[in-house]
Design a protein around this ligand. Structure first.
Ligand code: PEP
Ligand code: MG
Length: 533
């Protein structure tokens, strides 16, 4: 079946289901209408594809962010920035240093990395098509090789971020016409579902898409993404390179000002709805230029003083296993000014919104916790900043549960948390010992082919071990605090099968990237209806 037929057929099925359940004499109930449409089917009516155009697929990667994109190949973020036409940014993997190019590219193709890699997560947040972990693509200086076939930089490529297909040349994309019956179906889904659906959104523009798609709050604002535009990156680099406490304080102050403005806009967009702001999480070296490129620059004697300082910092912060290194709450212990600065920026933004007549509702979230003492100390740090601000005592402070230890000591963590949010991307990585940046492009295909796993656990929540840890985490957390609110903000929050499992565990909300919210709304309704039948 071609995707054009699929799109037409699914649109027809939605129209039929809604019409049969409507009017004075409906032939089916709303529940039956809802169950006639599988949540994943919505993807093809929500996003562009390549329809039934005949095309030879050169290779496939992971369909990391749905939608179709066509553009000229560029190999660096800077080239993408300079382009005046549509481009596909092709990188081995992306990091915060590539974000300016990712923002302007029509689509993103990476040779490494999985569904929870930087490129995948960022692209999904923006609703930009991305194919990740296409390991048969090899990047050379001025061309790429796909299964040995040479394609020059500047030639046109078409990518389908839903199917993961990579096609040489320019394909016609299929336009997606809005279906009014889909809006009706989703309103019915909202009547039946118990789970709240929030969005993973980092900026006011993402929040707007989320709200339009029906999000009932933000479950995860990754604040590091606010540091990534061209003006901000040098400031956070100044903070990392600071040689004296004064220099560090000055850089933090500049970051506070820009973050304050971002928070004001975000809270305005989500006025009246809860916004969970996660304090800084990634390893600091992610804010530095790629170390290999710096080393190459040094070897060619091309680095100026700034370049040399960046190379020294990149070497200093380099870690063998950065995803289990100096990141998350550990950063807050290492550099106490960081979370204080973010909390202060947030407080100022809340005050601004209150004086403008708004109703900001903020939750502060601490990532990658492993112990009660570690969490208590940082909570204290946050409370010291908040202290004395009467109007702000409603701010909740909670933790992510994304290490196996956190799930097991959830009773301890709940003493210092107003809510839990399960970070199932990291939890899956740490339970399996699978690197979320590497395993999907190398090993996962092989494992699925040989049926060593039933499904990719980064896509579909592992129903055995990861689900068991979530169950334990919720049970122990609620033993300490019976009314503890529990959410899930890993990518599984947008996967229908995972949503069904999470609903059964007693989770209060799931949070997913804005484009997946309609799918999550329908999946949550299915979970309630099937559980009660
Ligand atoms: C997670 O680990 O599931 C999560 C939501 O955090 P991040 O993807 O930013 O590590
Ligand atoms: Mg995480």
């Amino acid at each position: 079946m071609t995707s054009a037929e699929t799109q037409t057929e699914i649109a027809a099925a939605i129209i039929d289901a809604v019409q049969r359940a409507s009017g004075p004499k409906p032939s089916i109930s709303k529940e039956e209408a809802l169950l006639q449409i599988a949540p994943h089917q919505l993807q093809s009516v929500l996003h562009e594809g390549f329809g039934d155009n005949n095309h030879d697929v050169l290779t496939s990667g992971l369909g990391a962010s749905p939608g179709a994109a066509v553009g000229r190949i560029v190999l660096t973020a800077d080239e993408a920035m300079m382009a005046t036409d549509d481009v596909i940014l092709v990188r081995d993997e992306t990091s915060p240093a590539d974000v300016h190019g990712m923002q302007v590219a029509a689509g993103i193709l990476t040779t490494k990395g999985g569904l929870a890699s930087h490129a995948a997560v960022v692209a999904r947040g923006w609703g930009k098509p991305a194919v990740c972990g296409a390991e048969n693509v090899q990047i050379e200086t001025d061309h790429i090789l796909i299964n040995g076939e040479r394609i020059e930089a500047g030639e046109t490529l078409s990518i389908d971020g839903g199917s993961g297909e990579v096609i040489r040349g320019s394909l016609q994309t299929t336009k997606v016409d809005p279906i009014p019956e889909l809006a009706t179906l989703l309103t019915w889904a909202d009547e039946f579902r118990d789970l709240t659906i929030r969005a993973n959104a980092d900026t006011a523009s993402e929040a707007k898409i989320a709200r339009n798609n029906g999000a009932e709050g933000i479950g995860l604002c990754r604040t590091e993404h606010m540091f990534l535009d061209e003006q901000r990156l040098p400031v956070i680099r100044r903070m990392i390179l600071a040689e004296t406490p004064e220099q560090e304080a000055e850089a933090l102050n500049d970051l506070r000002e820009s973050q304050y403005n971002d928070f004001v806009q975000l809270l305005e967009q989500m006025d009246g709805l809860p916004v969970t702001v996660r304090l800084l999480d990634p390893p600091l070296h992610e804010f530095l230029p790629n170390i290999d490129e710096l080393i190459e620059g040094a070897a060619r004697n091309e680095l100026d003083e700034q370049g040399k300082a960046l190379l020294a910092a990149a070497q200093q912060w380099r870690e063998r296993n950065p995803m289990i290194g100096t990141r998350g709450v550990r950063l807050a212990w290492l550099k106490p000014g960081l979370y204080e600065m973010q909390t202060q920026a947030l407080l100022d933004a809340i005050k601004n919104r209150i004086s403008a007549g708004g109703e900001p509702s903020v939750e502060i979230m601490i990532p990658l916790t492993v112990s009660g003492q570690e969490l208590a100390g940082i909570r204290q740090q946050i409370e010291t900043v908040v202290e004395g601000h009467e109007a702000l005592t409603s701010i909740k402070v909670g933790t992510m549960i994304e290490t196996p230890r956190a799930a097991l000591v959830a009773d301890e963590l709940a003493k210092h948390s107003d809510f839990f949010s399960f970070g199932t991307n990291d939890l899956t990585q740490l339970v399996f010992g699978f690197s979320r940046d590497d395993v999907e492009s190398r090993i996962m295909g092989l494992y699925l082919e040989h049926e060593l796993l039933d499904a990719n656990p980064f896509e579909r929540l592992d129903p055995t071990a990861v689900v068991e840890l979530i169950r334990i985490g919720i049970e122990r957390g609620r033993n300490t605090k019976p009314d503890l609110a529990v959410g899930v903000c890993g990518e599984h929050g947008g996967d229908p099968t995972s949503i069904n499992l999470l609903a059964a565990l007693g989770v209060d909300y799931v949070s997913c990237s804005p484009p997946r919210i309609p799918i999550a709304r329908l999946a949550a309704a299915h979970a309630t209806i099937t559980a009660s039948s």
